[in-house]
Design a protein around this ligand. Structure first.
Ligand SMILES: *[C@@H]1O[C@H](CO)[C@@H](O)[C@H](O)[C@H]1NC(C)=O
Ligand SMILES: *[C@@H]1O[C@H](CO)[C@@H](O)[C@H](O)[C@H]1NC(C)=O
Ligand SMILES: *[C@@H]1O[C@H](CO)[C@@H](O)[C@H](O)[C@H]1NC(C)=O
Ligand SMILES: *[C@@H]1O[C@H](CO)[C@@H](O)[C@H](O)[C@H]1NC(C)=O
Ligand SMILES: *[C@@H]1O[C@H](CO)[C@@H](O)[C@H](O)[C@H]1NC(C)=O
Length: 437
């Protein structure tokens, strides 16, 4: 091929790439993607699944809590380093990296910003085989967004800690492909980190940060809104849905078969932990009674090297309430369900379990549970907080106690269509049959 032809091809490629940027700028941009649970094919029963999820959630809550010990303000790299320690899931998203695209699954994480993938072996992304891979110079503003990069030959690099070892990482830009076959979009120049790592411990090739910071996928795509609808785990495993840009609207939900109005509550922001989605939780009702919980237990506080507040998360499965709130919920269930408590020995699992009455079984009235937020009430379906353990015959509350932060987990968000609007700093949700959406 002549030099001119190569040059023309190059121009054509630039234009093609450019057209998707224009689409984004027009607000005409969006895609839908499929989310799968990392444990979907493990063959667990629901009780086993939740047992594992409890352990993972404990680690996740501890990791979120330990963001407090990172020197403020936490950078994208610090957060990603801390959170990867507890990153066994929960939801995986498909994406294509490079030109031509190679498709991987990566962990969706709403609590940090960095997009990164394993780059050490050809099993995952191999920069040498992509026409669009471009390492970022240290002088780029994007590199500044990392916090404290190191410059190697003026390229933007940093150290990533995975399990026991320090791994070399390069910040680069690349063309990403998102969506399903019907909504496929290709977006050039997404900043991501290529980490010199090969591990089979992670359920995906890496992680996709959906946090609120400038390096997150949400912010980089320029149409900063997304929504998801998490299918109930009990039915045969159906994939869940993620909607991006203009596809992220609660109107995709069939209201006549859903039920309930759209509710909205503002996000709160902790300037020292700017990636996290904090909510203003104002109380909890059980069986129609507002519990006597001092609202200050949910308040954001940043003193003495710890922080508090309420975080909505997707990697944590099971909601963990700060101890006084958990104790109040437990006491309300004990007094309203009126069944004997089971003596549960595992402190890390479900520890509010009731004995079903012996046969002949009478019906048990389960109390309704509502999380109150500033301007929004989240009335949880029974399946989002009660489960029957077939083995012990126990009827268990699927929630746990936490130290300083309350974390609203994905199990409690099932069958709600949740919309994150970053521009207006608003979380909206509506009940929805997510296995059908
Ligand atoms: C971490 O290091 C310890 C001690 O060197 C080792 O026993 C352990 O297997 C390592 N863990 C992993 C996951 O590599
Ligand atoms: C999507 O497209 C790929 C390649 O064109 C094809 O192999 C795959 O079957 C398609 N998937 C669906 C769900 O249509
Ligand atoms: C919404 O649900 C109703 C009742 O299930 C159904 O008749 C109608 O066709 C649905 N509409 C859409 C747009 O899916
Ligand atoms: C609960 O179980 C523990 C350990 O098995 C036992 O020591 C304790 O006595 C039990 N408590 C009740 C109330 O049965
Ligand atoms: C949280 O919501 C309550 C009730 O609407 C309001 O009084 C309070 O000011 C809010 N807190 C913050 C930090 O916005």
């Amino acid at each position: 091929m002549s030099r001119l032809a190569v040059f023309l091809l190059f121009l054509l490629q630039l234009q093609l790439q450019h057209s998707s940027v224009v689409r984004a700028a027009n607000g005409d941009f969006g895609f839908t993607a499929t989310l799968r649970r990392a444990d979907a094919n493990m063959g667990y029963t629901e009780v086993e699944r939740l047992g594992h999820a409890f352990k993972r959630t404990k680690a996740r809550v501890a990791a979120l809590q330990s963001l407090a010990t990172a020197p403020p303000p936490t950078s994208a790299v610090t957060e990603a380093r801390i959170l990867v320690r507890a990153s066994a899931g929960e939801y995986l998203m498909d994406l294509g990296i490079g030109t031509p695209p190679r498709f991987f699954t990566a962990i969706l994480d709403t609590a940090h910003d960095l997009i990164w993938t394993q780059c050490a072996s050809s099993q995952y992304f191999d920069p040498a085989r992509s026409a669009t891979y471009s390492p970022l110079p240290c002088s780029s503003p994007t590199c500044g967004g990392l916090g404290f990069p190191s410059c190697v030959k003026s390229m933007c690099e940093f150290d990533y800690f995975y399990v026991n070892s320090t791994k070399h990482a390069v910040l680069a830009t690349e063309t990403f492909t998102f969506g399903t076959n019907t909504t496929r979009v290709t977006v050039p120049s997404i900043a991501f980190a290529c980490v010199d790592l090969t591990t089979s411990l992670l359920p995906g090739s890496g992680m996709v940060g959906f946090g609120r910071g400038s390096l997150s996928l949400v912010r980089q795509l320029g149409s900063p809104r997304f929504s998801y609808c998490l299918a109930p785990s009990r039915s045969p495993p159906t994939p869940s849905r993620l909607y991006f840009g203009e596809y992220a609207t609660l109107q995709t939900t069939n209201m006549s078969s859903g039920g309930g109005p759209v509710q909205s509550t503002p996000f709160l922001t902790d300037p020292e932990r700017p990636s996290l989605y904090f909510l203003n939780m104002t109380g909890i009702s059980v069986g129609g009674h507002r519990l006597p919980i001092d609202p200050s237990v949910f308040a954001m506080d940043q003193d003495n090297g710890f922080f508090s507040g309420v975080i909505i998360d997707t990697v944590a499965t099971i909601t963990h309430l700060v101890r006084p709130a958990y104790d109040a919920v437990r006491a309300a269930f004990v007094s309203q369900i009126k069944l004997p408590l089971l003596n549960v020995t595992s402190p890390d699992g479900m520890n509010t379990c009731f004995m079903w009455p012996p046969p002949p079984r009478k019906s048990v009235t389960l109390p309704q549970l509502v999380f109150h937020f500033d301007g929004a009430d989240m009335e949880l379906p029974f399946d989002n907080y009660m489960m029957v353990d077939d083995k012990s015959g126990g009827l268990c509350l699927v929630m746990g106690p936490a130290g300083d932060v309350t974390v609203i987990g994905s199990f409690q968000q099932q069958n709600f269509h949740m919309l994150y609007d970053l521009k207006n700093s608003l979380l909206s949700f509506v009940p929805a049959p997510c296995n059908l959406v």
